[in-house]
Design a protein around this ligand. Structure first.
Ligand code: ADP
Length: 633
């Protein structure tokens, strides 16, 4: 239930009144529960009318919550009803706003039933709209915006169509980490003996094809140079990144595409910097990233920084990009064997036919939010990805582009490979509730570790699903956590809200923490002691963990924290087959003229298991390639 029945309701200007004929004028406040935490709603009542609705402090997700924050208060005041349309895709936030207003009406002594008439329906238009541009981009996520900017920089007029009310897709809610080999930044870190052993293992493999052989040889030469200089810092190169990525997907990805991704990721990183994106000057190793080459934004808590950067570039440079929001692509238009445009349906009821003289770029993301598709295609999880398994994805990620491309003859590849992210919110499936690094040790409720937390995501998720209730905990101390001075976690959510929601537990002693979180206290303390000992001398971990980085130590001061996690569907590795120019291929391997694709809608890059933090560079690099290819570059 969205409204906390024990909500703190404060009348700011006048005393509370019971339900009566005449309400007391004044401003009333209610606190309700949104998707991420508390939502504060202020309602001013004048002469029995709702004079204004404003929203106070909250931690709902930008940009998803931006539209409901504006639209619902406007409509509630305009139509004097709480029965206003919600913003689909932002349901919990919308209901929290409505519930807050209803609560305030009651506080004012007004009967909410008198503010419940339906909002007038906007007239449905049957109009058909025809538009044309040089290039049409379908889907305004990371890949789509990267493509649009690249094409517009070539002087092409681009129309971007997007089915939801916000630009950003999953890219905007993702953690936003970005793998790129950046030796100058990574040089601040040491190369441990176990990391060196990982490289030696990769270089000792028998080459599986010519490209594999040449990458191994290149890294061997790079390592010889590193050794000659007596290097002690962390080693990295696009070639090592490619070899690790390919191996982590069980050699099922297309190595040519993998190498393109790892070669171009550093250049795309610089391109973003030139657009004003600020990078942190250190890297980390995020869950399943397998090497500490994960870059992050300095001033953004999630992937929304990429979206804001592209939008600012379009705006600031007045690039020729037009957006058609709340417009869902339904079919690709093919003329004389060439994809020339798209048919779409607007939320306004209008039908659109939008053509692109130079090409159509498909960037609609994967299909993690389609239970039907993931159940149909899954080959990894024994068809258990039903509606009881949540997803980290925004609701619009339902495989639309894959279906559209399939209808025009595109080859679909590796559709059965679906990734579960082990570290998600057990109540929403989101990735935004952690208060510490999610590479800290994982404990089941028996208080025991069960896996090498620095391993592959598929292995972590399988191990987590084998634990009681499919849940596990990550512990933190007051010295090693990611809580800022204002008491918010790295996604800007108030930790007090997360504690109230029982997603995070906090206590002054380990015993008290174990009791609050429901973990076996004796085993938990033994596990902590063993971990503290390992961190002093990180060798021979029973699960094969290669390191203990400062952010995951447990020898710090109290208060202590435990965050509860469960795996949720995160990424679909399969999709539309492309070549290195992001051109879409048919079943015979031939290019489908006019059709390009990039990002999660494509398949065959990551293989069975996507490396953590490779998704954003994949989307942005191939988005840029698609935009340039469609521009004739
Ligand atoms: P990627 O990381 O590959 O860029 P995202 O999830 O970030 O993927 O973005 C995909 C975008 O495509 C989302 O904004 C989503 O709403 C949009 N989208 C999905 N299906 C359609 C469709 N049928 N028409 C228009 N936009 C779509």
């Amino acid at each position: 239930m969205l409204l906390r029945t024990t909500a703190v309701c404060t009348v700011l200007t006048l005393a509370l009144a019971g339900l009566s004929a005449q309400a007391k004028d004044g401003t009333y406040t209610a606190v309700t529960q949104g998707r991420n935490g508390d939502v504060t709603v202020n309602v001013t009542i004048t002469n029995d009318k709702i004079k204004s609705v404003t929203l106070g402090d909250w931690s709902e997700t930008h940009p998803i919550a931006d539209l409901p924050a504006k639209l619902l208060p406007e409509n509630i005041v305009k139509y004097q009803t709480t029965n206003v349309d919600i913003v689909s895709g932002a349901t919990l936030t919308s209901f929290a706003i409505k519930a807050g207003v209803i609560d305030c009406l009651k506080q004012a002594g007004l009967d909410p039933k008198n503010f419940a008439k339906p909002m007038p329906k906007a007239p449905v238009s049957a109009e058909k709209v025809t538009e044309s541009a040089d290039i049409v981009v379908i889907g305004a996520g990371g890949a789509g915006l990267s493509a649009a900017v690249a094409a517009a920089q070539q002087g092409k007029h681009v129309i971007v169509i997007e089915k939801t009310h916000f630009a950003g897709g999953n890219t905007s809610v993702a953690g936003g980490c970005y793998n790129a080999s950046a030796p100058d930044i990574e040089a601040k870190q040491d190369m441990s003996a176990s990391r060196r052993a990982l490289i030696d293992g990769i270089l000792a493999e028998t080459p599986r094809n010519e490209l594999h052989k040449s990458l191994i040889e290149k890294v061997k030469a790079q390592m010889a140079e590193y050794d000659a200089k007596k290097g002690k810092h962390l080693f990295d190169s696009p070639e090592l990144h490619a070899l690790q990525t390919w191996k982590a997907g069980d050699y099922q990805g297309n190595l040519e595409l993998v190498y393109k991704l790892t070669q171009e990721a550093p250049a795309m990183q610089k391109e973003l910097a030139s657009m004003g994106f600020k990078w942190k000057d250190y890297t980390e190793q995020v869950v399943g990233a397998l090497w500490p080459r994960s870059n992050r934004a300095l001033n953004y808590k999630s992937g929304v920084g990429y979206i804001d950067t592209f939008l600012a570039e379009i705006d600031g440079k007045k690039l020729p990009v037009t957006f058609r929001m709340q417009t869902r692509a339904t079919d690709l238009i093919v003329r004389d064997g060439r994809v020339v445009g798209v048919r779409a349906k607007g939320d306004d009821g209008k039908t659109y036919e939008i053509t692109g003289k130079s090409g159509v770029v498909l960037t609609t993301g994967g299909f993690s939010a389609s239970v039907e598709m993931r159940q149909h295609y899954d080959t990894i999880w024994d068809k258990k990805l039903d509606d009881k398994v949540m997803t980290t994805n925004v609701p619009g990620i339902t495989g639309d582009g894959i279906k559209m491309a399939e209808k025009v003859g595109a080859d679909l590849i590796q559709m059965g490979y679906i990734q579960l992210l082990p570290t998600t919110d057990p109540y929403t499936g989101a990735t935004n509730h952690a208060v510490s690094l999610t590479t800290g040790i994982y404990l089941n409720k028996d208080g025991k570790r069960f896996v090498n937390e620095m391993g592959r995501r598929d292995e972590l998720a399988k191990a987590a699903l084998a634990q009681p209730d499919h849940k596990f905990f990550v512990l933190a101390t007051s010295d090693a956590n990611m809580i800022d001075k204002e008491g918010r976690n790295q996604y800007g959510i108030k930790v007090a809200d997360l504690i109230a929601q029982k997603k995070v537990f906090k206590a002054d002693t380990w015993d008290e923490l174990a009791q609050k979180a429901g973990i076996n206290p004796v085993n938990m303390k033994k596990t902590i002691e063993e971990w503290v000992a390992f961190c002093k001398n990180p060798v021979n971990d029973p699960f094969g963990r290669p390191s203990c980085d400062p952010g995951v130590r447990l020898d710090g001061k109290s208060p202590y924290y435990a965050t509860v996690f469960t795996p949720s569907v995160h990424h679909t590795m399969g999709g539309v087959k492309i070549n290195v120019k992001a051109q879409v291929l048919d079943a015979k391997g031939k290019v489908i003229p006019g059709l390009y694709a990039a990002g999660e809608v494509t398949g065959g890059i990551h293989g069975t298991n996507r490396v953590g933090c490779n998704a954003v560079p994949d989307a942005l690099v191939f988005g840029r390639i698609a935009g340039l290819s469609a521009s004739g570059k």
